[in-house]
Design a protein around this ligand. Structure first.
Ligand code: SF4
Length: 329
């Protein structure tokens, strides 16, 4: 197992090479990509807290190859690009890594530990922080030195900006066919991993309605102890019939979002999932049945390191053309 060195140019949070707001110069902090817009926004907030953020270079084929080479073949796909991101960040001088800890039931909870173990086995020296709801404040304070009050204010500002960004993603069109997107968050949100599927849908003349957004993920996992009043509660209640307890990932949210989409007469549904994703493969039969029973066209696209963009494009193009014909009829 070897990591390739000499990674490409450092991605700048601020758009320039200097980060004048950085106060804590002793640590170079990196985190993996999950959608460029999302991570740049988060990096901006971390910089505001005095944290010296060194984002890895954007995910490329090389990043994915690095992750694939150093993980178990059957590991769920997001583990691989995120490991590749960390390798490239460490090669670029990062010495502190942040990984999101869902504290949920799925493998994501253990990604940080697997990354840490693998990277240390590869000979890298660094400190790893698995960030969750309970430890986010002390970690931010340790890395940037800001007061708790400032950290809370900045995190709230970040979440509000994120929600604003996501409103456009979830909006329906009144003039074009609407394509609802459900699935696993990494494949639904990272434009390198899904080959910019939302822009492809838009270019094909339809409106992507992405129900899997980082703000809803944070609300459902990070802020799960806080009960928000929501008009979607009735869909959340309906999902329980499909499950025998917790499943993890976005399984329940996806069924709940799907029930809402078909209820509101979405024109088509796109189910995006990483190959071998446990919760998404578990809910596959339910997703198929709900779409069939509601006469809603469904396209399922599993994604991994072997996915070919041309193949994805052909399937998407055919799917949207069929939907357009149905809408016209
Ligand atoms: S939701 Fe799927 S891809 Fe994400 S950690 Fe769980 S199994 Fe892996």
């Amino acid at each position: 197992m070897f990591a390739v060195k000499n990674c490409s140019e450092q991605e700048s949070v601020t758009g320039t090479s200097s980060m004048s707001l950085n106060l804590n110069k002793s640590r170079k902090v990196a985190l993996p990509w999950i959608g460029k817009g999302y991570i740049k926004l988060l990096a901006r907030s971390l910089v505001n807290l005095g944290i010296d953020v060194h984002l890895p270079p954007p995910t490329t084929d090389k990043t994915i190859r690095l992750g694939v080479r150093n993980t178990a073949e059957m590991a769920c796909f997001p583990l691989k690009p995120t490991l590749g991101n960390f390798i490239e960040a460490l090669d670029n001088g990062a010495d502190t890594l942040l990984m999101y800890d869902s504290q949920g039931l799925c493998r994501l909870r253990h990604y940080g530990k697997i990354h840490e173990f693998t990277l240390k086995s590869l000979g890298y020296e660094f400190e790893m922080f698995n960030v969750n709801f309970s430890n986010v404040l002390p970690i931010c304070r340790k890395l940037g030195g800001a007061s708790y009050a400032k950290i809370i204010r900045e995190l709230i500002r970040y979440y509000n900006r994120l929600k604003k960004m996501d409103e456009a993603k979830e909006k329906w069109s009144t003039s074009k066919p609407n394509i609802g997107i459900i699935g696993e968050i990494f494949t639904c949100c990272d434009e390198r991993i899904n080959y910019g599927i939302e822009s492809k849908i838009s270019k094909l003349g339809a409106k992507p309605v992405n129900t899997v957004t980082l703000s809803s993920f944070i609300k459902n996992s990070f802020l799960k102890k806080i009960h928000f009043p929501s008009p979607r509660r009735r869909y959340k209640k309906k999902v329980e019939v499909y499950f025998n307890g917790g499943l993890g990932g976005h399984a329940k949210e996806n069924i709940s979002h799907l029930l809402e989409l078909v209820d509101k007469k979405i024109d088509g549904v796109l189910h995006l999932l990483p190959m071998s994703c446990m919760p998404e493969t578990t809910i596959e039969p339910f997703v198929t049945a709900i779409c069939r029973d509601n006469d809603t066209p469904l396209l399922r696209i599993p994604i991994d390191e072997n996915t070919a963009e041309a193949n994805l494009e052909t399937r998407l193009e055919t799917f949207i053309e069929l939907i357009k014909m149905r809408v016209k009829q």
